[in-house]
Design a protein around this ligand. Structure first.
Ligand code: TYD
Length: 342
């Protein structure tokens, strides 16, 4: 297929670009706006690949998006382009509605007009909202609680409506918290790993007992590809790692693996509307033939090692735009935070 993959310079997108080029015969056109978290160094290993093209641009740019479908005879779309960080959605909700809802709408309509055969919308398990007990299955009610998850819910509902209304073959994936190499260090694991490498404080929100189901990025990409190729149109598939952990536990493992003391932990004021727990039932995608392969202990160890060995990747990021964001997000919180055990 000729696949238009959006957001391919980001964390999950760049893993997916590399996967599709090395493990399949598809042509890949990567459309990425290269905003703060998009990074072409993620794709250095494939930039000369004969089946790969990069286009810098925004999924909201309708004329550009339409022209790509014609120019590259696109017949499949994987939409990874998104604003994804909950804390930033609290600071700037408008940009989330724009990219995650409006941008998805532009892409869907251009794809439908072009007669695309397959459209995969990458969504998130956060659309289910906070799940105190049990697991979410795909038919559960969506109950997003942050501007981020509400925008993602908007985008995927729009996508699913294209099946109902036009029989346009859309599939949605709802992945759980993803970790691995090349993840922008605003997210929990890469932030804590890189702070710990530098002996800086680790800001744990609230009581640190929130639960996330950690999914290795390789397993997430395998799930996306599987759902793209084999998923039932007009439906959603959960993708989870089956590794439910409390944040405090993950933070302690990171500190241990870097030989750093627990005294670096700081309990700081909680994220507003912080979802306590996410957990998904992945049996639907498993029945289709996918299963996760990476054990969390191994994946986390590899991830820590990657950040140790790739300071040239993350140091420039942490000294740029990120510094201003970090200051706004954490300085006061850390000043007022409390140490572990105090
Ligand atoms: P995050 O990586 O932002 O993913 P999400 O909020 O989408 O699940 O955060 C994962 C968990 O870690 C979440 O419960 C919030 C928590 N967290 C902290 O305690 N401190 C931090 O500095 C960050 C970024 C997250």
């Amino acid at each position: 297929m000729n696949i238009l993959l959006t957001g391919g310079a980001g964390f999950i997108g760049s893993h997916l670009v590399r996967r599709l080029l090395t493990r399949s015969e598809h042509q890949v056109v990567n459309l990425d706006a290269l905003r703060y978290s998009g990074n072409l160094t993620n794709l250095e290993s494939v930039q000369q690949h004969p089946r790969y093209r990069f286009v810098q641009g925004d999924i909201c740019d309708q004329p550009l998006v339409e022209s790509l479908f014609q120019a590259h005879r696109i017949d499949g779309v994987i939409n990874c382009a998104a604003e994804t960080h909950v804390d930033r959605s609290i600071l700037d909700p408008g940009s989330f509605a724009r990219t995650d809802v409006v941008g998805t709408g532009v892409l869907l309509e251009a794809a439908r007009q072009a007669g695309v055969r397959r459209f995969l919308q990458v969504s998130t398990d956060e659309v289910y909202g906070s799940v105190e007990t049990g697991t979410s299955s795909e038919t559960d009610r969506l109950a997003p609680r942050s501007p981020y998850s509400a925008s993602k819910a908007g985008g995927e509902l729009l996508a699913l409506s294209y099946w109902t209304t036009y029989k346009f073959p859309v599939v949605v994936t709802r992945g759980s918290n993803t970790y691995g190499s090349h993840q922008y260090p605003e997210k929990f694991i890469p932030l804590f790993v890189t702070n710990a490498i530098d002996g800086q404080l680790l800001p744990l929100y609230g009581d640190g007992r929130q639960c996330r189901d950690w999914l290795a990025v390789e397993d997430h990409c395998a799930g996306i590809e599987h759902a793209f190729l084999h998923g039932e149109p007009g439906t959603a598939y959960n993708i989870g790692g089956g590794n439910e952990r409390e944040n405090l536990t993950v933070a302690e493992v990171i500190l241990d693996s870097l030989g750093q003391p627990k005294s670096l932990l700081r309990y700081v004021s909680d994220r507003p509307g912080h979802d306590r727990r996410y957990a998904v039932d992945c049996s639907r995608l498993r029945e289709l033939g996918w299963k996760p392969a990476v054990a969390f202990a191994d994946g986390l160890r590899e991830t820590v090692r990657w950040y140790q060995e790739h300071e040239s990747w993350w140091r420039p990021i942490k000294s740029g735009e990120f510094k201003r964001y970090y200051e706004e997000q954490y300085r006061r919180r850390l000043e007022e935070g409390t140490a572990c055990g105090s």
